[in-house]
Design a protein around this ligand. Structure first.
Ligand SMILES: [Zn+2]
Ligand SMILES: [Zn+2]
Length: 328
């Protein structure tokens, strides 16, 4: 359930039941006055139980602990509101800060994804409760207990000096933590070992204010320039060689872009139609049998790839009855 990975650094495996991610890696760093917990798990009973038990077994208390959230996804931010004590500081990027203090309208984001992405016309429910990010979101957090970090902010915990590295792409204002002396990177969901971080669009897909895939690839280059001996990711196994993994992630996205172009061919299609014909790393062959949440993630991913191709002037798009259609 938990293991020590370096002096005063512990990895706590929080199960994510009925979710293909299987588990979240939370990291606990023991400090002198204050400890730091990096990421938390869904706001779900199974996660709460395992976190409470791990803290008890390790002999640590949330009274002496601050929380760092790498990004807004509920598998990382979900338990923050439950765990935080009145004296707990919650460190995170600006987008996540707005999200956990309820300044974002999830319904607008969800509606754009479902409607403009073409899922609604494929018969998908418009109920946001189908989205685990909404269902297992954190209890509302008072903005006064949040310290917004920027690229370059340093958080000191015991012997560790953690530099905040802005790594946009997987989520807006995603932050990795990097200790230069110990050459340790807490990579959140920016770099994962055996699974590929999901990319999506975060604004209205028709408008595309940011090419998130482009941001993601730039953020990979930012990490590649650091000296890293140990990478501690948000899911699955610890990564020994993050430089090799970065190369694999780049080539993965090249293949996905080509896959989207091949699926589209000479046709005009919505993001959901493209997603339904792309190759997915799931044990389900038939799109009709994809669980609703996976249809949402797959369409978001297709939207990020198609939007990137539009930004690169490789594809065109048009809006028909509020649904985006892509073609060459
Ligand atoms: Zn994530
Ligand atoms: Zn995650």
């Amino acid at each position: 359930m938990y293991e020590q990975v370096r002096e005063n650094i512990f990895r706590i495996e929080i199960p994510l039941p009925r979710n293909p991610l299987r588990a979240l890696n939370a990291y606990f760093i023991k400090g002198q006055d204050r400890n730091l917990l990096i990421d938390t798990g869904f706001n779900q009973e199974e996660c709460r139980q395992v976190m409470d038990q791990a803290m008890q077994e390790m002999g640590f208390s949330m009274e002496d602990t601050d929380i760092f959230i790498t990004h807004c996804h509920s598998d990382h931010a979900g338990l923050a509101g439950y765990l935080a004590k009145p004296q707990t500081r919650i460190f995170t990027g600006d987008y996540t800060a707005q999200d956990i203090s309820r300044n974002h309208d999830f319904f607008v984001y969800f509606d754009n994804l479902v409607r403009q992405g073409g899922l609604l016309e494929m018969g998908l429910t418009q109920n946001p409760a189908a989205h685990p990010g909404y269902r297992y979101r954190t209890n509302e957090i008072d903005a006064n207990s949040i310290s917004i970090v920027q690229d370059g902010t340093v958080i000191t915990v015991g012997d560790y000096s953690l530099n905040c590295i802005l790594t946009n792409g997987h989520a807006p204002d995603h932050i990795c933590l990097y200790d230069e002396n110990h050459q340790i990177l807490f990579s959140g969901d920016h770099i994962l070992g055996t699974i590929t971080p999901n990319n999506t669009t975060w604004d209205e897909p028709w408008e595309i204010k940011v090419d998130y895939l482009d941001e993601y690839l730039k953020s990979l280059a930012k990490i590649e320039a650091l000296d890293i001996e140990l990478t501690l990711p948000g899911h699955r196994e610890i990564i020994a060689d993050c430089y090799h993994r970065i190369k694999e992630l780049r080539s993965h996205h090249d293949k996905r872009l080509q896959n989207a172009l091949d699926v589209l061919g000479e046709n005009t299609m919505t993001a959901a139609q493209v997603a339904s014909k792309m190759e997915w790393d799931l044990n389900i062959k038939n799109w009709e049998e994809f669980p609703t949440a996976q249809k949402l993630f797959a369409t978001g991913e297709a939207l990020s790839h198609l939007s990137h191709l539009v930004c690169k002037n490789i594809l065109n798009k048009e809006l028909r009855d509020g649904v985006i259609h892509y073609h060459k």
